[in-house]
Design a binder for this molecule. Structure first.
Ligand code: FAD
Length: 338
């Protein structure tokens, strides 16, 4: 990896810049100090450099609630300082080892994975931070008809409650399933997310449309983001998507499925697969022409997506299983659900 010293940072990165560091407003000569040679060469993508027995200790820079008051649940954007010692690529995940031990057997809590929500340069463009988009997992007890704090999610609550300076034991970076095929800068991306499944796409979109990277300079395709959430207060990073729509109207496209506020064509709730279905002709054409499709978010999204794609394929006289096999073989099909 080529390492060049960063001189100054983009003003656009200042929104999430760590408060302890100055927010420079001069533009970098080139944001290329974390690039492979050539920039799309994935042969040295870092994988599992830090493991459970030898974890990395990062430090929380900031933690911020990023959803409105009427959102279903709480989602936080958490920036972690890794001092440049824990590099990653867009689309990878970090493991987090929450402190403390399990009640059932006294053993340390297990690692939880979180998709990295920033580009490799981090929100502050230093290449020394990474961001996570974490939904606080709470347990709704039907008997109490209330949340039961004894059963709340261990790691998401640890992260969403962390303050600046909190130490975070981490593993990874993990996964190569969600990387972008940057050697083909004409590639269309179809990015489908539910909730925090938006995280890897934030890294993609910053890399393609916000930063001054070689990947951004080369990119000539269209990146199309579909985000499904429950209500408009639960939308994530909308201001950033609006800025990218403005700066790259020909290369970025955005569609929301807001289940409790929009109706699908059959009069039911608008889930993300319903929104994708509205554009199924275009999507099938794009996929036939080599587009890559990504799915990230709750596991529960996939059956609905698959049913929808299957019915469209059948309508088009395609053998769905063969069609899907073809996409997988050509590495155009990327799934990371949890
Ligand atoms: P846990 O403590 O593991 O609990 C899990 C659930 O069980 C919680 O809802 C909890 O309330 C409930 N529970 C606890 N005790 C009981 C009980 N006694 N009875 C019934 N229920 C109980 N998450 C994100 O928010 N953002 C991401 O970007 C993200 N990326 C991921 C990427 C990958 C590849 C994977 C695999 C997962 C990802 N996740 C992400 C999910 C994440 O790893 C965790 O699973 C999630 O945060 C919940 O972990 P937790 O420790 O908070 O909950």
């Amino acid at each position: 990896m080529k390492v060049v010293t960063a001189l100054a940072f983009l003003a656009s990165a200042a929104a999430f810049a760590p408060s302890s560091k100055p927010a420079f407003t001069t533009q970098l000569a080139a944001e290329d100090f974390l690039e492979a040679e050539p920039y799309y060469d994935q042969s040295n993508v870092p994988v599992n450099q830090f493991k459970i027995k030898t974890p990395f200790t990062g430090k929380v820079v900031s933690q911020k609630r990023i959803v409105g008051p009427k959102a279903t649940g709480e989602t936080c954007h958490i920036i972690i300082d890794h001092e440049g010692d824990f590099p990653y690529w867009e689309g990878q995940s970090w493991g987090v080892m929450p402190p403390g031990n399990r009640e059932k057997d006294g053993k340390p809590h297990s690692v939880r994975l979180y998709s990295i929500a920033s580009s490799r340069y981090g929100d502050d463009m230093t290449g020394k931070t990474g961001s996570l988009c974490v939904r606080r997992a709470n347990y709704w007890c039907p008997e109490l008809n209330a949340e039961d704090p004894a059963k709340k999610g261990i790691c998401s609550n640890f992260l969403c409650d962390s303050g600046p300076g909190t130490e975070v034991k981490m593993t990874g970076p993990a996964g190569k399933v969600m990387l972008m095929p940057e050697e083909e800068p004409d590639t269309d991306y179809i990015m489908v997310a539910t909730g925090t499944g938006i995280a890897p796409y934030r890294g993609f979109i910053r890399r393609l449309f916000v930063e001054d990277t070689p990947a951004a300079k080369a990119y000539k395709g269209q990146a199309w983001l579909f985000l499904g959430v429950a209500n408009s207060d639960a939308l994530l990073y909308d201001d950033e998507w609006q800025a990218s729509l403005k700066s790259h109207p020909d290369n970025f496209r955005l569609d929301y499925a807001i289940s409790r506020e929009q109706e699908n064509t059959k009069g039911g709730k608008m889930y993300v697969q319903d929104k994708v279905e509205e554009y199924s002709d275009e999507i099938f054409t794009k996929l036939n022409n080599g587009a890559h499709i990504y799915f990230c978010g709750l596991k529960g999204m996939m059956p609905g997506i698959q049913d929808m794609l299957k019915s469209v394929a059948v309508e088009k006289g395609l053998d769905y299983d063969e069609w899907l096999k073809g996409l997988k073989k050509a590495k155009q099909w990327h799934v990371e659900v949890y």
